[in-house]
Design a protein around this ligand. Structure first.
Ligand code: NDP
Length: 312
């Protein structure tokens, strides 16, 4: 018989959303237990400096920011643990969540903050130069390349939005589109095509990001003609989509066609009362640390109200 532990409030995931939910839940005396998952601290632990999170006037390194969040949650009394949710059973209350395929937690409320992962192209150089000019977040890292030439790959709304963002900061934005058309909405495409310092390369694939310790150029290839070109640049942004970390909840929670958890507008409520979702696992639009933290706060407040009805 596997080990079972009973809890009031379980939080799964440890980015800004999970830790903020833990801070609020602990202060509300919900005695939250937070399991950190495979990548404690989440996506911010693979970024460098964060300059757009309010409250850090001099900026902060992403990994340090997540240590600060964790320590704040711990100081409020949250129980932060290593471990990964490996299975859930939301068929009855209390909800059941398996940890590390070893033990089961029974929780009155569950807050899901498992985040999303950026998709990568799979190039060796992309991983080697990650954080040294290669990035999957223009809003996070574009500022460091003010006045420089950069490139972005992708042709969805995110790539267009990020190319436009970069065009306001950088001298030239080279945009690589693998087909002869873009997937992005017409309005976004029009904006990109009308922006003088964005050069769109149709039917073009990145072959390798070049540079020893930091990015200095990009080798790309026209996939119709086979012609290869090398362009000098300082940064390479990958914007080919994200994957929400929500596979675990398939069959239990409502999701959109891309697998993002659906929450009721203006709340963190999922389709199951007592189960809440916050951060990037339910947000494909904003994806910022500060918006994730805000939604973590909402999830904890929603959970607190719900748990109050059980106690009454
Ligand atoms: P999408 O999945 O919509 O687009 C991904 C893009 O990356 C596609 O153009 C795809 O090309 C391209 N791509 C995928 N793999 C590769 C590869 N290996 N090499 C080169 N290119 C590749 O992701 P987004 O993140 O752009 O958007 C996700 C969702 O969020 C969408 O529904 C979007 O509309 C929405 N969104 C809305 C925003 C808004 O309303 N303001 C802002 C941002 C996102 P191909 O087309 O050839 O498959």
């Amino acid at each position: 018989m596997p080990d079972t532990e009973k809890l009031h409030c379980l939080i799964i995931g440890s980015g800004p959303a999970g830790y903020t939910a833990a801070i609020y839940a602990a202060r509300a005396n919900l005695k939250p237990v937070l399991y950190q998952g495979l990548q404690p601290g989440g996506q911010l632990t693979i970024t460098t400096e964060v300059e757009n999170y309010p409250g850090y006037p001099n900026g902060i390194m992403g990994p340090q920011m997540m240590i600060d969040f964790e320590q704040q949650a711990q100081r409020m009394g949250a129980d932060i643990r290593w471990g990964m949710a490996t299975k859930v059973d939301f068929s009855s209350k209390p909800f059941k969540v398996e940890i590390d395929e070893e033990k089961w937690i029974e929780a009155d409320a569950v807050i899901i903050a498992t985040g999303a992962s950026a998709k990568w192209l799979g190039l060796e150089s992309e991983q080697r130069l990650n954080g040294h000019g290669v990035s999957a977040c223009a809003v996070c890292d574009g500022f460091f390349f003010k006045g420089q030439e950069v490139a972005i790959v992708g042709a969805g709304d995110t790539a267009c939005e990020e190319a436009l963002y970069l065009s306001k900061l950088c001298s030239t934005v080279h945009m690589l589109v693998r087909r002869g058309e873009m997937r992005a909405s017409k309005v976004m495409q029009d904006r990109v095509l009308k922006t003088a310092n964005i050069i769109v390369y149709w039917n073009t694939d990145p072959i390798e990001v070049l540079g020893d310790k930091k990015v200095d150029s990009l080798k790309m290839q026209n996939n119709k003609t086979g012609e290869e070109t090398i362009i000098p640049l300082k940064a390479f942004f990958v914007a080919i989509g994200h994957k929400p970390n929500a596979d675990l909840f398939k069959g239990w929670l409502d999701m959109d066609e891309q697998g993002y958890l659906l929450t009721q507008p203006g709340s963190a409520k999922t389709n199951i009362e007592g189960v809440y979702a916050c951060g990037d696992v339910q947000d494909k639009i904003y994806r910022q640390a500060v918006s994730a933290a805000g939604s973590g706060c909402m999830a904890a407040l929603d959970a607190e109200r719900y748990l109050g009805t059980l106690d009454a």
